[in-house]
Ligand binder design. Structure first.
Ligand code: OGA
Ligand code: MN
Length: 296
């Protein structure tokens, strides 16, 4: 049975059918999935029944895996005891301790771990238990966010960087070991170019990371806030987003280099358990293509 690719919206996203992730897929199938991923930014593979080693085995066909992030909960890491590559995303509390990160709260638009100098290239999230309502995950297309900017804004941002806050989790909680930011010019976290060349596709994307505590060095705080509001408004405009409603056994894989995501909150009395892997990434860079608009 061959792999088939079914676009999910005209913004981004495609469903891959015809694969069983519990089996080792041949190289040709992995290449087809990879190509569809690069084209559609986010892939959905439904109806899977896989364990942690199978999730790790499938994920690592696309690159080297990163360990689970540190500091998402007061207890530190949220990897499972057995697999350092698996991050648990859950609101479940066992014996007084959260088994995973993010809890039940809404998480605002973000790119995973963009405060790192070399943020993960991609994340793969597999659903084990989901609430009957809430907890949907949305994605936005950062290529299109760039492409639809007016030329004068494209030109303005081409040599600018932004600071990507390291102090807050994507659910807005203070990370273990950090203090609250009071002056955004001093936000701790990596400085990345606002325009990012995708290392595989060569396309230009906006790279914003997260809005809270962001700052564009070289601008006044007022100018930085106004510019960031413009860019974020474009990136997260409803017509630039697609929302996934989960079923058990869904694997969703997203490319952090060209898509951001957010999650709806949900009722904390119901359980949601997801296991995540992430692929190592490179340092973001911008290499202007010939066709990029220039000032004169
Ligand atoms: C993540 C994340 C969204 C979700 O794992 O990085 O943002 O739907 N998860 O749980
Ligand atoms: Mn995330």
């Amino acid at each position: 049975m061959g792999v088939t690719v079914h676009p999910l919206s005209n913004v981004l996203g495609a469903e891959i059918r015809g694969v069983d992730l519990a089996e080792r897929l041949d190289d040709g199938t992995i290449r087809e999935i990879h190509d569809a991923w690069m084209e559609h930014l986010v892939l959905l593979i439904r109806g899977q029944t896989i364990d942690d080693p199978q999730l790790v085995a499938f994920s690592s066909r696309f690159g080297e895996l990163d360990g689970a992030p540190i500091g998402a909960t007061p207890s530190g890491k949220v990897s499972t005891r057995e697999y350092n590559e698996i991050t648990v995303i859950s609101n479940v509390v066992e014996n007084g301790r959260p088994i995973g990160g993010l809890g039940n709260a809404e998480s605002d638009w973000h790119t995973d771990m963009s405060s790192y100098e070399e943020p993960p290239a991609a994340s793969m999230l597999y659903s084990l238990e989901i609430p009957s309502a809430g907890g949907d995950t949305s994605f936005c297309n950062m290529y299109r966010a760039y492409e639809t900017l007016p030329d004068h804004v494209k030109i303005r941002v081409r040599d600018l960087k932004a600071i990507h806050d390291a102090t807050l989790t994507s659910a807005g909680g203070l990370r273990h070991g950090f203090e609250s930011v009071t002056d955004v010019t001093k936000t701790p976290g990596a400085r990345h170019p606002i325009l990012r060349t995708h290392p595989v596709t060569g396309r230009t994307a906006l790279f914003l990371g997260r809005r809270v505590n962001a700052y564009v060095p070289g601008l006044s705080v007022e100018e930085s806030e106004a510019l960031l509001d413009t860019l974020w408004g474009r990136a997260t405009a409803p017509e630039n987003t697609w929302t996934h409603t989960w079923r058990i056994g869904d694997l969703v894989m997203w490319d952090n280099r060209c898509a951001m995501h957010r999650r709806d909150g949900f009722d904390d009395s119901v359980r949601r358990i997801m296991h995540r892997t992430q692929l190592k990434g490179d340092r973001p860079y911008y290499a202007p293509p010939e066709a990029a608009p220039t000032a004169a």
